[in-house]
Design a protein. Structure first.
Length: 99
């Protein structure tokens, strides 16, 4: 599954903060220094979606706020439930689906 994110590093706490321009907005407590924010993002997503960190990869946007993250072997329901996105914002889909 591909997840489009808008990440805000340097926040008071790490949390999902809704939607921004069709992307899931995530606030990260980590600073954007030497990959710390990307590492924190991977840890947060893995824990929220209950998958090993090895299944979460930042595929694009390593140095920017707009990121594409790939979650391997995880269902849409696991992601929406884990991130608290049920019924909110644009629909999420897996790469092989018709959406």
């Amino acid at each position: 599954m591909r997840l489009l994110l808008h990440v805000q590093p340097g926040a008071a706490a790490t949390a999902v903060a809704g939607w921004h321009d069709g992307r899931v907005r995530i606030r990260l407590a980590a600073k954007p220094v030497e990959g710390a924010a990307n590492d924190a993002l991977v840890r947060f997503l893995a824990q929220a979606c209950r998958v090993p960190r090895t299944r979460v990869t930042v595929a694009a946007g390593h140095r920017g706020r707009r990121k594409t993250v790939v979650l391997g072997n995880v269902s849409v329901a696991a992601v929406t439930g884990g991130l608290g996105l049920e019924g909110a914002g644009p629909p999420l889909s897996s790469p092989g689906s018709s959406r």
